[in-house]
Design a protein around this ligand. Structure first.
Ligand code: KIV
Ligand code: ZN
Length: 388
């Protein structure tokens, strides 16, 4: 049976924590509207206690959106929760997201609290948040480095206090897929009332494993994925939305999950986020990178011209990219060159193509990308001159 995967987007909160990526209110509103159009279930718009600007942004996003739930992050103290509620209360579907750290290293060195106090704070925070809304998420920060027995005790306490979503963050991107899947299974088996809450995962990419860990967790029973557009976020970033959504869609038989994301809007959303945050997308980034649907090798180009499925596992238009590109470079073959020349108006005979192809390879050894003007020159110097 296919189950729903809840997409919780934190581009505006954790994504904004990427160094240099902070956004003003107008920018956040623009991205929030786009995320809603994209079909995101929950938009974490910010951390209202962090600054007046963030409070204002979350509150405006909350008032503007109607379909997506709007979440505000809060520590377990009353002041944070009051601010989070003040910010999200105008939303049609408000969520308060309460968190406290659960690993020994965080509890001892950062919070300076013993385990029992952390449990008390979690209960008090969730209970207080529930006085405002019945949609309360609880996160155990650094869950993947926490003692599992304690983690389940903390989750059970949060659920008893009223948490409706339990989030398992891999805060420092330390987990590996098999171990993270195991952790999700362990939490499901050892938290007596876990069936009353949705299990969520929130992964960071310090070892480049955020998407792999998220997918492993989904296979193990998590039903909410916390993600950002283009994978932006603290340090090496968060799990990227486009990767998770396209993985469960492309590998549907391995993931009986369905998301409400309109995948054809992924690429334009990626562009908007990149433009407004100033975070450039690396060319080889999966799904949305400039090279994600570009082919240079002759053998690949030949396959693509015969049947795109030889070298593409998804159609570019499925993610909002207009078409695949066959890039002309030193690895390109005669057929791709012939086709491109024809496209720009040169219908060359086989001997002419042979001549141009030799010159093209010489040029491609010196120049990385061969553009239309280069082809024009190659033809005029080698064919038209000969014809003269
Ligand atoms: O990475 C993390 O642990 C977080 C929490 C606040 C969910 O961002
Ligand atoms: Zn995070």
């Amino acid at each position: 049976m296919t189950e729903k995967l809840i997409i919780f987007d934190t581009t505006l909160r954790d994504g904004e924590q990427s160094p240099g990526a902070s956004m003003n209110v107008a920018e956040k509103l623009r991205i929030a509207s786009r995320l809603e159009e994209l079909g995101v279930d929950v938009i974490e718009a910010g951390f209202p206690a962090a600054s007046k600007g963030d409070m204002e942004a979350v509150s405006q996003v909350a008032q503007k959106l109607s379909r997506s739930a709007v979440a505000g992050l809060a520590r377990t103290n009353k002041d944070d929760i009051d601010k989070a509620w003040a910010a999200v209360s105008g939303a049609r579907h408000p969520r308060i997201h309460v968190f406290i750290a659960s690993s020994d290293i965080h509890m001892e060195h950062k919070l300076r609290m013993p385990r029992d106090t952390v449990v008390e704070h979690a209960i008090a925070g969730v209970r207080y948040a529930r006085t405002f809304t019945d949609d309360v998420e609880f996160s155990a920060e650094d869950a993947s480095r926490s003692d599992r027995v304690f983690l389940c005790k903390l989750f059970e306490a949060a659920i008893s206090a009223g948490a409706t979503t339990i989030n398992i963050p891999d805060t420092v991107g330390y987990a590996i897929p098999s171990e993270f899947a195991d952790l999700v299974k362990y939490v499901r088996q050892h938290t007596p009332n876990i069936h009353k809450a949705v299990i969520s995962v929130h992964c960071h990419n310090d070892l480049g494993l955020a998407t792999a860990n998220t997918l492993a967790a989904l296979a193990a029973g998590a039903r909410q994925a916390e993600v950002t557009i283009n994978g932006i976020g603290e340090r090496a970033g968060n799990t990227s939305m486009e990767e998770v959504v396209m993985a469960i869609r492309t590998r549907a038989s391995s993931f009986p999950l369905i998301s409400t994301i309109d995948t054809a809007k992924i690429y334009p959303t990626s562009k908007l986020v990149s433009m407004l945050t100033g975070m450039i997308v690396q060319p080889n980034k999966a799904i949305v990178g400039a090279n994600a649907f570009a082919h240079e090798a002759g053998i690949h180009q030949d396959g693509m011209l015969k049947n795109p499925m030889t070298y593409e596992i998804m159609r570019p238009e499925d993610v909002g990219v207009s078409s695949s590109t066959l890039v002309l470079g030193k690895h390109s073959g005669r057929k791709a060159l012939y086709d491109r020349l024809k496209e720009i108006g040169y219908n060359l005979s086989p001997p002419e193509i042979d001549t141009v192809f030799v010159k093209f390879k010489e040029l491609a050894d010196r120049k990385k990308n061969i553009v239309e003007e280069d082809l024009e020159i190659l033809v005029s110097e080698n064919i038209m001159d000969t014809a003269d």
